[in-house]
Design a protein around this ligand. Structure first.
Ligand SMILES: O=c1ccn([C@H]2C[C@H](O)[C@@H](COP(=O)(O)OP(=O)(O)OP(=O)(O)O)O2)c(=O)[nH]1
Ligand SMILES: [Mg+2]
Length: 161
């Protein structure tokens, strides 16, 4: 796999923090660090959402996108997710990358400087060219969706519980 170069710039708030990094050689997400001031913590109460800065600006090359994804450990242990999961980082975005956390759990969750709050996946994307047409080709699925093949079970079986 040929790595793609993503240029990154730190704001003063991110000085002293590690750059986002892959936790293991096979990891696909770069862990993102909260760039809160040293003496400031953010408490997210159950049901609340908070925007946390990474203090970083990045330039994703054209043909790629960034996806901000939740960390499953925070989700499992504290109910912490992303309101806009996954967050979309456009290739032309040059603002400060931020993470929109939400507390789906039962306990207040505290975010402190330097904590790994989410992960950034860089993915290739394709651009669509829309062609308007009066008819579309027929398919086996047709208009079916939203559980048309069966809600929970093997296709064609009925959930009786
Ligand atoms: O979790 C996120 C999601 C987005 N962004 C930044 C990068 C992205 O390129 C920009 C716009 O995001 P999006 O297109 O999802 O939001 P929008 O509501 O459509 O805003 P806009 O009108 O600016 O596109 O905001 C973040 O920093 N974090
Ligand atoms: Mg947008």
């Amino acid at each position: 796999m040929q790595p793609v170069i993503v240029r990154i710039q730190r704001e003063p708030e991110a000085e002293g923090l590690p750059l986002p990094e892959y936790a293991t050689p096979g990891a696909v997400g770069l862990d993102l660090y909260a760039a809160l001031p040293e003496n400031e913590e953010v408490i997210i109460r159950p049901g609340e959402r908070r925007l946390i800065s990474t203090g970083l600006r990045i330039a994703i090359p054209s043909g790629f996108e960034g996806q901000v994804r939740a960390r499953s450990g925070l989700a499992l242990n504290y109910g912490i997710g992303l309101v806009n999961a996954p967050g979309t980082i456009d290739a032309d975005f040059r603002g400060v990358l931020k993470v929109l956390l939400i507390n789906w759990g039962e306990m207040p969750f505290t975010v402190r400087r330097g904590e790994r709050i989410a992960q950034l996946v860089i993915s290739p994307v394709t651009k669509a060219v829309l062609e308007e047409t009066p008819t579309l080709d027929a398919t086996q699925r047709g208009d079916g969706g939203f559980g048309s093949t069966g809600i929970c079970c093997r296709p064609g079986t009925v959930n009786t519980t």
